[in-house]
Design a protein around this ligand. Structure first.
Ligand SMILES: C[S@@+](CC[C@H](N)C(=O)[O-])C[C@H]1O[C@@H](n2cnc3c(N)ncnc32)[C@H](O)[C@@H]1O
Length: 251
């Protein structure tokens, strides 16, 4: 029997006119957390050497928090099984520029002691530095142990240009020991821009002028390795939307 599933192969096929920063209100109905979680080992934190100590995570552009929370549970699962309380102290700070999405994340947060969601625009240099440093200071940590940035780079790039794309990567590298990055491939940029045009709206401000184009994961890797003292340690493979999940570490 044939089932009719809407043909959605990337978020850019949704209406970017209504969500020009990728701030889709129903994101997880078409890209459920499992799509990414399936590629990420449950024992990731142990594998990268964070034994039983306190671990701080940062999730950049967390939307309504569904993936942040699912990832939090995923990474605790292994150790939590067989005992009532997880052995590890895991804290997660998720932020997004969309206040409504953050409100939803806050209202459905099952672990408010350990997970915090706040509104923040990563392209606001001063504010993001102040807010992230103040969070880290509370824990007496110089950096987050793990920063995740899923499907955000393209939106920063399209809306703010090449320099902002690179400084996003530099900023992330400067605040963490490990960075798990899912950068949207170039074909997604084209469909996001095409879709906007179809809706009769003008292009993303920077789309035509972008010089960084082509293999976006390779560009990100080059910048992180050459300019940010990071190195690629592992690729977890490609998601159903053909995006690679790359893990970098501070050298
Ligand atoms: C496509 S969604 C991805 C959500 C989530 N990271 C995931 O992959 O499941 C992109 C998110 O990035 C957020 N975003 C875009 N530009 C941002 C910025 N400059 N600062 C913070 N968040 C941003 C959007 O509001 C949106 O929620």
């Amino acid at each position: 029997m044939e089932t009719h599933v809407p043909h959605v192969d990337s978020e850019e096929n949704e209406d970017p006119g209504a969500a020009p920063y990728g701030n889709f209100i129903n994101y997880y109905s078409f890209n459920p957390p499992e799509n990414r979680l399936g590629l990420i080992p449950e024992a990731l934190l142990e594998n990268i050497g964070f034994g039983s100590e306190r671990v701080l995570m940062l999730d950049v552009g967390c939307n309504s928090g569904d993936l942040s929370i699912a990832l939090y549970k995923h990474l605790l699962h292994k150790e939590a099984s067989g005992s009532d309380s997880p052995k590890r102290e895991l804290y997660l700070l998720g932020f997004d520029l969309d206040q409504d999405l953050i409100l939803r994340a806050q209202n459905s947060n099952p672990f408010p002691q350990n997970i915090q969601f706040i509104p923040l625009d990563i392209t606001d240099d001063q504010e993001s530095r102040t807010v992230l440093e103040s969070y880290l200071r509370k824990f007496g940590c110089p950096r987050f142990h793990l920063c995740t940035c899923f499907a955000v780079t393209m939106w920063v790039h399209l809306n703010h240009g090449d320099a902002a794309f690179l400084s996003l990567l530099s900023r992330l590298a400067s605040v963490c020991e490990y960075l798990l990055l899912e950068a949207q491939p170039w074909k997604c940029y084209r469909s996001a821009a095409r879709r906007l045009r179809k809706l009769g709206r003008s292009d993303f401000e920077h789309f035509k002028a972008l010089e960084i184009r082509g293999d976006m994961a390779a560009h990100a890797r080059e910048h992180l390795e050459k300019q940010c003292s990071m190195e690629l340690v592992q690729s977890f493979g490609n998601t159903a939307w053909d995006r690679s999940l790359l893990l970098f570490r501070r050298r």
